[in-house]
Design a protein around this ligand. Sequence first.
Ligand SMILES: [Zn+2]
Ligand SMILES: [Zn+2]
Length: 266
Amino acid sequence: MSLKCNFHTHTTFCDGRSTPEEVVISAIEKGFWAIGFSGHMYTPFDESYCMSKEGTAEYIKEIRRLRNVYGDRIKIFLGIEADYCSDEDISPYDYTIGSVHYVLKNGEYIPVDETAEIQIDAVNRLYNGDFLAFAEDYFACVSNVNGEIVGHLDLISKFNEDGSIFDETAPRYVSAAENAIIKLISRDMIFEINTGAMSRGYRKTPYPSEKLLRIIREKGGKIMINSDAHKASNIDFAFDEALALAKRCGFTEIYVFDGAFKKINI
Ligand SMILES: [Zn+2]
Ligand SMILES: [Zn+2]
């Protein structure tokens, strides 16, 4: 087993640009031993990015078909990325990535990762501009996500790489994140180093920030490396950098999914 694998992959069934078959072919060409799909689970209040109910059934069928066609060349896994606010059955899936894409405040679903403008406007209106209060609510949701993998732990920092929106070193921010990390580790969840925002040009570094990754390491958390790919060519985007980051933070093991979660030494 090697790191030539990715378990966070979107396709045309949700907001990705490549079909599952294009992704599988790309994975085989790159010498991957496994590829895992993780379509966005249906969320009733925002259907713009997720799989429809009917589309979900088609997605499951298509991944199973690809497993039959390409299964002698690569392991193909059927996963799902469940938003904190989605409530669909997870039993058809090999694994679940639990992610927070919205914070519900005063009856309004605030999208965490849509645009900086939407984020700032919502925090001004609903939190009197207190970004750290927004972060506290966000991390409280993160600590309760579904599944075995925590998706992009600090997605809330998507537009804040230069620190211009809020202070990620503020004690309130760090302790909100740390509390979530402790709770997720107690649930034996695996944190992903997620390079998705890098491939789409939003960030130069992956989620989580190095500071939070070091806390995960310090507390004994488990990690994996995922690209959150939205097109076939990006399934291993910046994996070398992610691996170097993991090593720099002191990790000696990375988890992969091979029917069950297994660790490999790095
Ligand atoms: Zn996500
Ligand atoms: Zn995703």
